[in-house]
Write a protein that binds this ligand. Structure first.
Ligand SMILES: Nc1ncnc2c1ncn2[C@@H]1O[C@H](COP(=O)(O)OP(=O)(O)OP(=O)(O)O)[C@@H](O)[C@H]1O
Ligand SMILES: [Mg+2]
Length: 454
């Protein structure tokens, strides 16, 4: 054994463990006893594992992909962490393919559950080898640290994005929700499974923008896909079982009965919203607490099933589904057009919102259908609303209306500033793409491919 190998064996390693079953942590502690590997923190949530690994200066992460909110992206984000590489070793079910998937995404190996003598010994060896290898890679410059813009450092975990503004009609909420969802789910851009939830309690439009219809006559005459059910049916069905089952009635399998797949080359599923305004007046919607709980539960279930959940809601944040969507969101995009009424409404909503949420850091301003010709400067709007601006989406009525009328989200077709702005916004949720875009012309290549495809 060489001196360096001795040194590696003898170094004290500190790790963060992300686990699913508490029994696994107990077993792990047994096998790590006396090995020089210490568990700094054991958590059941990917976000916390990620934060702890960085903040507690862990040497490595031992991670079960069943932890809440896990995404493969996290493995690379830790490995490419600017200050020092933090390698991940998988902790996976022996019967699953998860270990190989994790390794394909940058993990330095995996051990299988349940932990026994063999796997227990392997944990220690693998963790030491992982730290060694990651350190050498970094030194040799093979794996470069990636400086993610600090505001987007944890973009990978912003899974639930709600689009909202306290102003109706023409605020481009649905337009943005649809285009963002399509971009993230589309093969040549994000290619992530995405669920678009239409939670607008006044009336939903997302399905119409995507070319579905609830009108049998339209379906027959125009050949548009006919929706059989949507949010209304989901709420009434669940309400009928609420007494016995409560929120347990809402499961992944059950939700799949209500979603529809959009497009062949995307992984976008849509939960169609209320077809007609009178649906929101149904008896079931009078029970606000129940509808709110249903909303929270639906989001909780779909966030486990998809890489991203995009939620389109209506203007009144006190209505139960809107409230559920705002509370469950990791990020809320507040779309404000350059119209004084919209700016004032948004500004006036901030104090009550702050009262409710305590902290508005997850609310981001999106200046939408913006043109300086309308007489309000970007600066004025930002100051008035008082939120951090994420992006400015330019005004282009021709592109926006044509896109709706042809059922083709402009994010897939428009090479002009409007399409570009929304693709750039989508890319900020995909740190790799954002980074590639800055470093090379790969993003431009992807964009060309994307635009050509359609
Ligand atoms: N960037 C843009 N430039 C110009 N017009 C736009 C732009 N984006 C969207 N629009 C137009 O704004 C209109 C309203 O959009 P949308 O339905 O998305 O708003 P909304 O806030 O969801 O409204 P509501 O839910 O109250 O019906 C549409 O006609 C759309 O074409
Ligand atoms: Mg809308």
């Amino acid at each position: 054994m060489s001196d360096t190998q001795h040194a590696i064996r003898d170094t004290q390693l500190n790790i963060v463990a992300g686990f699913y079953n508490y029994a696994d942590v107990q077993a792990l502690e047994r096998y790590l006893a006396g090995s020089g590997v210490t568990i700094l923190s054991a958590v059941q949530d990917a976000q916390r594992a990620f934060d702890d690994a960085i903040n507690l200066e862990a040497d490595a992460v031992l991670l079960c992909p069943q932890v809440t909110g896990y995404r493969h992206q996290m493995v690379m984000d830790l490995l490419l962490h600017v200050e020092r590489p933090i390698p991940t070793v998988g902790l996976v079910e022996a019967t699953s393919d998860d270990g190989r998937a994790m390794v394909a995404n940058g993990a330095k190996g995996f051990v299988t559950l349940p932990l026994d003598e063999v796997q227990g010994a392997k944990v220690v060896t693998l963790l030491r080898a992982a730290v060694d290898e990651a350190g050498k890679e970094r030194q040799a410059g093979q794996v470069k640290a990636r400086a993610v813009p600090s505001s987007r450092l944890q973009a990978w975990q912003e899974k639930v994005v709600t689009i909202w503004v306290p102003k109706g009609g023409g605020s481009t909420r649905t337009t943005l929700a649809v285009n963002l969802a399509v971009a993230l789910s589309h093969a040549s851009l994000g290619n992530q499974p995405v669920c678009l939830l239409d939670f607008d309690m006044a009336k939903g439009d997302a399905h119409t923008m995507l070319g579905f219809t609830a009108n049998p006559d339209h379906a027959r005459r125009r050949g548009w896909p006919l929706l059989e059910r949507g949010l209304f049916d989901l709420v009434t069905w669940t309400a009928s079982r609420w007494g016995q089952q409560g929120e347990g009635a809402i499961t992944p399998v059950m939700l799949r009965n209500y979603t529809v797949r959009w497009g062949e080359d995307s992984q976008l599923d849509l939960l169609p919203g209320l077809y007609a305004p009178h649906q929101a007046d149904a008896r079931e919607f009078d029970n606000r607490q129940m509808v709110y709980q249903m909303g929270r539960r639906i989001v909780e279930v779909v966030r486990q099933m998809y890489a991203f959940v995009i939620i389109d809601v209506g203007q009144d944040f006190t209505r139960p589904l809107h409230r559920a969507a705002l509370e469950a969101a990791n990020e809320v995009l507040v779309t404000v057009p350059p119209t004084w009424t919209a700016v004032v409404d948004a500004a006036n909503a901030m104090p009550p919102l702050k009262h409710r949420f305590g902290d508005l850091s997850k609310f981001k301003l999106v200046l939408t259908r913006y043109s300086p010709d309308f007489g309000l400067s970007e600066k004025e709007i930002i100051q008035e609303v008082g939120l951090t601006r994420l992006v400015t989406i330019p005004h282009d009525a021709v592109v926006a209306e044509t896109s709706i009328n042809t059922h083709t989200p402009f994010v897939l077709t428009d090479e002009g500033p409007l399409g570009e702005a929304v693709r750039e916004l989508a890319a900020t949720y995909l740190p790799y793409l954002a980074e590639k875009r800055r470093r090379t012309s790969l993003f431009a290549g992807l964009r060309r491919a994307l635009v050509r495809e359609v």
